[in-house]
Ligand binder design. Structure first.
Ligand code: ADP
Length: 336
């Protein structure tokens, strides 16, 4: 598809360049022909004004006309060769430039294809499980009320998972580089982080996790809703990947010209070789998935990274398996 588009674009580039080149050549040739004609008439008049004994002979005059015609032909040939050269050069340069122009579009389309493929794959698992359990329940004539309730509870869980996935996918597209859905203003980041904290406190309490905070006022040019989202994702993960009775700490402060948000836990940690992958879409560490059944689709950190990069900031992790992790978000207070 892209080879065809590249050839198409090359043809358009070529057409535009050749129209300009041929038009200029035509104008140059026309101008030179006119100049030659004027010169010819001037010479003719001058010859007529010379007295006959001194006047050049007809053959001498014909020779002059031939020379003039020869020069005109040479100029025409030079213009033709120049246009041929421009045609060859523009074809090669046009093909190269068309490739360069289309490369980012090709890359974006590949990413989108992969994204849709991954999203559909992730949706299939809870959907298949939902359909299977409903089919089995429907075909079971001796099902007790208790068993039916169990199936309904499982189906509800699958449906909730699907809703979460849909919400995460929406967040990913929402936070893609799109200025108008992402208005920034001067805010106190503490308020956004506090909101995330309030949402997740009950979850920590339910898991018997000790949640400590150290939140300072940080005035930053940012989008408050998305900052809250980043804090929610990091806190949610810290709670999810920390065993009951563990500890999670949240801190927010200004360091130099940056806002620094840190979420640390003494949970399961991340293997060194997996640290670079955890920000990729749909990536979930195998160990965390196998060792304990933690819900998630591997989208949270990629959403957080997208938001942070829209604030010209960075997100990083320091982790030791079995000891815990520290996620740090650094965003310039005056980001563009
Ligand atoms: P999800 O949590 O839905 O799987 P994320 O993108 O938020 O997706 O995280 C990607 C992966 O990074 C998780 O599956 C987990 O393996 C790892 N991870 C994230 N946060 C932590 C943490 N605080 N402790 C240990 N592992 C984590």
């Amino acid at each position: 598809m892209f080879t065809k588009a590249r050839l198409h674009l090359t043809a358009w580039y070529l057409l535009i360049i050749m129209i300009i080149s041929v038009s200029f050549s035509g104008i140059i040739y026309k101008g030179i022909t006119l100049a030659f004609q004027q010169r010819f008439h001037t010479v003719e008049r001058r010859i007529e004004s010379i007295p006959p004994p001194f006047r050049p002979t007809q053959s001498q005059f014909d020779f002059f006309v031939e020379e003039l015609e020869e020069s005109r032909h040479e100029i025409l040939l030079i213009l033709l060769y120049t246009n041929l050269g421009i045609l060859i050069f523009s074809s090669l340069a046009g093909y190269f430039l068309a490739g360069k122009t289309l490369k980012p579009i090709e890359k974006a389309m590949d990413q989108q294809k992969r994204f849709i493929g991954d999203a559909s794959h992730e949706m299939k698992t809870p959907l298949t499980s939902l359909i299977t359990s409903l089919e089995v329940a429907l075909s079971d004539k001796n099902m007790t009320k208790k068993e039916a309730k169990q199936v309904l509870a499982e189906s509800l869980e699958d449906a909730t998972n699907l809703k979460d996935l849909a919400n995460n996918l929406l967040s990913l597209t929402k936070y893609q580089h799109n200025g108008h859905t992402f208005p920034k203003e001067m805010i106190n980041a503490k308020e956004s982080v506090q909101k995330a904290l309030n949402t997740l406190k009950p979850l920590a309490k339910k898991k018997n996790i000790k949640l400590t905070t150290s939140l300072k006022n940080v005035f930053i040019f940012a989008n408050s809703e998305s900052l809250e989202k980043v804090a929610t994702i990091l806190l949610d993960n810290a709670i999810k990947y920390t065993p009951p009775k563990g500890r999670v700490k949240l801190s927010l402060e200004t360091k130099g010209r940056n806002m620094v948000l840190e979420v640390s836990d003494n949970g399961i940690g991340i293997e060194k070789e997996n640290e670079k992958h955890i920000f990729e879409r749909f990536y979930r560490e195998d160990s965390s998935r196998c060792k304990q059944e933690v819900a998630g689709f591997g989208l949270g950190l990629s959403i957080a990274q997208q938001i942070v990069s829209m604030h010209s900031g960075t997100i990083s992790v320091e982790s030791t398996p079995g000891t815990g992790s520290v996620f740090s978000v650094i965003i310039p207070l005056k980001n563009s």
